[in-house]
Design a protein around this ligand. Structure first.
Ligand SMILES: C[S@@+](CC[C@H](N)C(=O)[O-])C[C@H]1O[C@@H](n2cnc3c(N)ncnc32)[C@H](O)[C@@H]1O
Length: 214
């Protein structure tokens, strides 16, 4: 039943202390119901992020975007809806990526984890990296920011959207804003906006960090 799968899905991905392996195992079974569950939970994060990215580019849509932690492609669909056409996807889950492929939203689909590993992507290949929902228990860690920056050309953007509450609830993300600030001091990027918005999913607030790569 949709409601059962939805509550189990959202609860499981948020379980405190869940490991990366457990979280990935979970997406194997949740993938088939993911879109239906998130739609019934009024998942506004992809639309809010796509709208902000369009504003950052001043309405220009002929740019290359990498959708990181793309999952089944809800974030890619939202980017396409506002007019972006050149979008690639990165996600470690075969099951999630298989569903993303069916949507014909993405050019290249890259199966990999974002972390400290070097992705099979050249420096500055993209105008923007976007990550919606990739920062949760057992998901992407704070040590991934350098790689998100590396693949974006100078002047491009790194846009990260997550549940605002995860900044406090998830111990890993206590380090997130200090790390973002350190990278700004090191001259890697500059903060353009830090936007808190309602109804990321259901009644939970979301936050979108937008940085310009230097
Ligand atoms: C909540 S889903 C978000 C999917 C999509 N962006 C959306 O908005 O619907 C989180 C995704 O993050 C992916 N993920 C988890 N750890 C990751 C990592 N280290 N690197 C990249 N993606 C990861 C999962 O496989 C899952 O597909």
């Amino acid at each position: 039943m949709a409601v059962d799968s939805r509550s189990a899905g959202i609860r499981n991905v948020q379980r405190p202390g869940v490991s990366q392996e457990e979280s990935q195992d979970f997406y194997k079974t949740w993938a088939a119901n993911y879109d239906k569950d998130l739609q019934s939970a009024e998942y506004n994060a992809p639309r809010a992020t796509a709208k902000l990215l369009l504003e950052l580019f001043g309405g220009k849509t002929d740019v290359r975007i990498l959708d990181v932690a793309a999952g089944t492609g809800l974030s890619g669909e939202a980017l396409q809806e506002v007019g972006f056409r050149s979008i690639d996807a990165l996600d470690p889950s075969d099951e999630m990526l298989a569903l993303a492929r069916e949507k014909n939203v993405y050019g290249r689909l890259i199966k990999d984890f974002l972390g400290t590993n070097r992705l099979d992507i050249g420096d500055g290949e993209y105008d923007a990296t976007v990550m919606v929902g990739g920062m949760a228990e057992g998901h992407v860690k704070c040590d991934c920011l350098e790689e998100l920056i590396r693949v974006v050309k100078p002047g491009g953007f790194v846009v990260i959207c997550m549940r605002e509450g995860n900044l406090r609830r998830v111990p890993e993300y206590h380090k997130l804003e200090p790390r973002m600030e350190a990278l700004q001091r090191e001259g890697c990027w500059e903060l353009v906006s830090r936007h808190v918005f309602p109804n990321y999913v259901d009644a939970d607030d979301g936050i979108i960090f937008a940085h310009r790569v230097l």
